[in-house]
Ligand binder design. Sequence first.
Ligand code: MAN
Length: 181
Amino acid sequence: MFTVSRLLLPVRSLCCVLLSAAQSARDEFDLWSSKLSRLQSKYDTLSKSLDRDFGPESEFHHLDGKCLELRVKQYIYEVCPFASSKQKEGHQSTSLGSWSGFEDRDGAKVMKFTGGQTCWQGPARSLTVLLRCGSEDQLISVEEPSKCVYEIVMQTPAVCHQEHAQVLRLNLEGGLIEDEE
Ligand code: MAN
């Protein structure tokens, strides 16, 4: 005998099949869309890094993401090349400026940080990092030649050239000769 419930049975199971197919399509969509956004953010990070100036031979690349510190008197100075700079005292942190790029000073490359915390009755703090050849990345000294204008000397192998190597070799050879005498 024909009943309405017998007719509804296949319709109900068809409905279940369709619902579960729709659910798995949604799950798959979510999975791929999260993979896509992860790839997008990796792509953004990489293309930002490619856009940045790490020097003609990428000699400054190893400093990206690195921060160097130096304690002078009550302050700790922090320089994060390509990012930020700070003057820290206890729990307080004062911005000395954000990365604004390399500049040329007297024929040498310097790192500039500008737009830091405004000085009382003075300018926005800014920092110039003077670069010297050295075997390790290290901050050497800090000065404030005028109020809230800072200068830090940093040594790094990134600025070492053939001439530096030659001077080292000559010094070493000189030392060896003296030792023999
Ligand atoms: C703080 C520090 C100093 C700066 C004065 C200016 O004490 O940031 O380096 O000279 O403020 O008022």
